[in-house]
Write a protein that binds this ligand. Structure first.
Ligand code: MG
Ligand code: MG
Length: 252
């Protein structure tokens, strides 16, 4: 069931989104070589709780961290651990949500730790740009296939591939609501977008082949070919004035 939001509810969601966006900014500033993903997770948790919000993912389906932190060939759902150390040259995907005022925000960003290769940088740039290609299509009257097609076309033209097994989704009083928002698709197909819908658009883009598998920890998703993967996400409201990104951080 798709739950459309009133403009008042979207206003409330702006606060959850703002804290979510800021949490990513805080994470990006904290990342440094030698740090464990558990330490990074604690920085994120402290920020969110300091704002009077709750980390959306902590305890969600039994998840043990406040953020999902996935390094290099890990696609999504990496579990923060004191044994996982971030190194110079790694790409670090951080996926985070904040819950406040009855609503969630959901956003992800893949950061570079120190000096990364030009190839890795190109993957990050392309994935981030593909998110904005998708967001542009998040307008009333379009369909989810228009979003997916825009993302897919952009990344495949640059030699990358789209992860199929995981998709974007509606966001609201629950982190994961209907509809699913795939990062691939056919124009004019899929669920029709209406004013008041709030969706997470979140391309997960692989350097190599699209295949992924889940590790035996029951969470971490990795590329089957061991090549890099990047993940960018925003929570977006579909309004009369077009798409509004709810998870932008405060300006400096
Ligand atoms: Mg997310
Ligand atoms: Mg999401």
């Amino acid at each position: 069931m798709i739950i459309q939001k009133t403009s008042r509810e979207i206003m409330l969601m702006r606060e959850a989104g703002r804290i979510t966006g800021n949490a990513l900014k805080v994470a990006g500033r904290a990342i440094q070589p030698g740090m464990s993903t558990k330490e990074l997770d604690l920085v994120i948790r402290r920020y969110i709780e300091g704002e009077g919000a709750k980390p959306s993912f902590l305890g969600l389906y039994g998840f043990k961290g406040s953020a999902c932190i996935s390094i290099n060939h890990q696609v999504i759902h990496g579990i923060p651990s004191k044994d996982v150390i971030i190194h110079n040259g790694d790409i670090v995907s951080v996926d985070v949500g904040a819950y406040i005022g009855g609503y969630h925000g959901d956003s992800a960003y893949t950061f570079a730790c120190g000096e990364i290769t030009p190839e890795a940088q190109r993957l990050l740039d392309t994935t981030r740009e593909s998110l904005y290609m998708g967001i542009k299509q998040a307008v009333k009257g379009n369909r989810t296939g228009d979003i997916g097609h825009a993302v897919q076309k952009y990344v495949e033209a640059r030699g990358y591939s789209v992860v199929r097994e995981y998709t974007g989704h509606g966001v609201g009083a629950s982190v994961h609501e209907d509809p699913g928002v795939p990062n691939y698709g056919t124009p004019h197909r899929g669920i029709r977008l209406e004013e008041g819908m709030v969706i997470a658009i979140e391309p997960m883009i692989n350097e190599g082949r699209p295949g992924v598998r889940q590790l035996s920890d029951g969470w971490t998703v990795v590329t089957t070919d061991g090549k890099l993967s990047a993940h960018f996400e925003h929570t977006v409201a579909i309004t009369a004035d077009g798409p509004v990104i709810l998870t932008m951080p405060d300006p400096d």
